[in-house]
Design a protein around this ligand. Structure first.
Ligand SMILES: CSC[C@H]1O[C@H](OP(=O)(O)O)[C@H](O)[C@@H]1O
Ligand SMILES: Nc1ncnc2[nH]cnc12
Length: 324
């Protein structure tokens, strides 16, 4: 696999878009092609945490006063070859960090846990309940042997959510955009039982909005690498809690993917149209967050040539936090 030196990228990437199920490309949209031009395809990157799930596509805006650079990556691979459990989340997020990109907008297909969140509606959740089963590496720090506890009380970026809301809420193509609520993340790959689906609603009450299989560890890893992250949830089904409907199956999900992908591209179009205001709206609030969350003695160890880290761990640390 090509070992691209991401340090050699000569432009600042303002935003990375992660495409989920049903969103593998953005260059097939005439509207997006009228405002973006592809400048580089970085082949699948070999990071110290494994290979990224897809090549990274770098676009530049063509209608802004100065070009703004945006990256795109397909979470499950271009052929959807990675299951939600086996997505190389660490490779993907570390490559984005190494490109010095501070903002991620991640699209995801979800099941709805609320009657008024209908298939093809979009949701910008503000909370997560993690029901994954510990099969996915979900901390860079753990893997590096560093003891650190970042704050994850607000798993998503409030400014990014506001930015997305303000530039999309009145778009007639997007139609229904719900803001806030809990996104549950389950392990899968099987869908939930009816009892589980009803339990999510009991657990989250009024705030239970939707369920997927991929916001963890993606959101946790982004936070550890001090990247602003917001997931855009695209409803495909009502999961399995509506006892008069048949429980969700893949055919139900696939039925709505095409419509959702059209809406996602419209949302990306709106993002591109307003991209020049992104950095002012979002800033870099997470700077030094992770360094400051490492326990005192461990920080000493990082500073004094990492006496607890082996060579492989040092290489990994240097890849994600060269500034340390
Ligand atoms: C194909 S249905 C289940 C699958 O869909 C979602 O994928 P993504 O979040 O990448 O859009 C969900 O998380 C599951 O992985
Ligand atoms: N009902 C569901 N449960 C988990 N992940 C999903 N992705 C799309 N629909 C889903």
């Amino acid at each position: 696999m090509a070992s691209h030196n991401l340090d050699q990228i000569k432009y600042d990437i303002s935003l990375t878009i992660i495409g989920g199920t049903g969103l593998y490309h953005i260059s097939d949209s005439p509207a997006l092609n009228s405002v973006l031009s592809l400048v580089e395809v970085i082949p699948i990157v070999e990071t110290p945490f494994g290979e990224t799930s897809s090549p990274i596509y770098i676009y530049k805006t063509t209608k802004t006063s100065n070009p703004v650079y945006i990256a795109f990556l397909a979470r499950h691979g271009l052929d959807h070859q990675y299951s939600p459990t086996s997505v190389p989340y660490q490779a993907n997020i570390s490559a984005i960090k190494r490109m010095k990109c501070n903002n991620i907008i991640a699209f995801s297909s979800v099941g709805s846990l609320k009657s008024d969140c209908k298939p093809t509606d979009f949701i910008l959740p503000d909370q997560i309940i993690d029901l994954t089963k510990g099969l996915r590496p979900h901390s860079f720090l753990n893997e590096l042997g560093l003891v650190g506890h970042i704050s994850f009380g607000d798993p998503f970026s409030h400014p990014l959510r506001e930015y997305l809301h303000s530039h999309n809420s009145s778009d007639p193509v997007i139609e229904s955009l719900h803001v806030g609520g809990i996104l549950f993340c389950m392990e899968g790959p099987q869908f939930s039982t009816r009892a589980e689906s009803l339990m999510y609603i009991k657990m989250g009450g009024e705030d239970a909005k939707c369920i997927n299989m991929s916001c963890v560890p993606e959101s946790k890893l982004a936070k550890e690498l001090e990247i602003n992250y917001q997931m855009v949830c695209m409803v495909t089904d009502y999961d399995s809690w509506r006892l008069t409907d048949k429980p969700v199956d893949i055919q139900e999900v696939v039925k709505n993917l095409k419509q959702n992908s059209i809406k996602a591209k419209q949302m990306i179009f709106n993002i591109v149209q307003n991209i020049e205001t992104l950095s002012a709206s979002v800033g870099t609030p997470l700077k030094n967050n992770t360094f400051n969350s490492i326990s005192i003695k461990n920080i000493d160890s990082v500073k004094t040539n990492n006496k607890y880290l082996n060579d492989e761990q040092k290489l990994k640390l240097d890849f994600i936090f060269p500034e340390w």
